[in-house]
Design a protein around this ligand. Sequence first.
Ligand SMILES: [Zn+2]
Length: 321
Amino acid sequence: MLLRSKDIIIADAHCDTILEINKGKKIGIRSDKGHVDIPRMIEGNINIQFFAVFVEPQFKPHCALERTLHLIDDFFKEIEENKAKIEIVINFCNIDRILKNNRIAALLCIEGGEAIQEDLSLLRIFYRLGVRCLTLTWNQRNAIGDGINEKPVGGLSNFGIEVIKEMNNLGMLIDVSHLNQGGFWDVIRYSEYPVIASHSNVYEICNHPRNINQKQIKALAEKDGVICITFVPFLLRKCFDTAEAEDVVTHIKYIKKLVGVDYIGIGSDFDGTESMPKGLEHVGKMPFLIELLSKNGFKDSEIEKIMGGNIIRLLKRVLKG
Ligand SMILES: [Zn+2]
């Protein structure tokens, strides 16, 4: 019998839906616009959803903190309105209870370290607000390190290294998506805990600087981290604005061959980009990926790991409690 999406835990390590909420989206109502809302998350049997606070470039650097706080407030209001169906994860043991209560476990993330300026106190305050994952940079330079649009060689700043240590202390997930090569290797060197690439694909298949290469994937795996395959078409296929669900499987197969299935996750980037691959147009379509993996010869136990099991292992290692 085909593996049913209801029987496994599905985790999606990246979406930009908070920006849509800021524009007025109500996540409790099913919509044909955008990619994520609670009714469609239920259709797609999503159990754990990471929600990123993405600060648009026009707010950086000086208004990044204020903008991040506003977006978090927008998110809190939506969570409060839908608290029967979704709850924010504060520590690891929360997840089990949230899922047993038939709710979606939401992990609050910040995409871009500009939010903490050059101040570890702000990192700690964001932790108290419930932020459990920080994508260190977006595409540009910030006080922590350099994004992919900067030279590949610049590593983390001294402040960036302090951020890594403090995130390790607090129990926050370090996200290397968008980080340049030099920064990536510094994270590998300085983090005591496994790290995540929340929405990046394989560079050798699609050579975009947002993707990570064989050597990086091996290093992530050696650290027991997870690379989460993203559905962004131009990160799936070289020079294409369109892609198909099969392209996601192509990246997964490559990583499986390279390091095994224990280090693969899903990080859709729903609501982060206009078009999505054919077959995975919105979060409600997630079960189609399970079907495709099955058709491509993946065992049920492997699919379980890829769709969420590996993310749970990572959260168990990194989050407190
Ligand atoms: Zn991103």
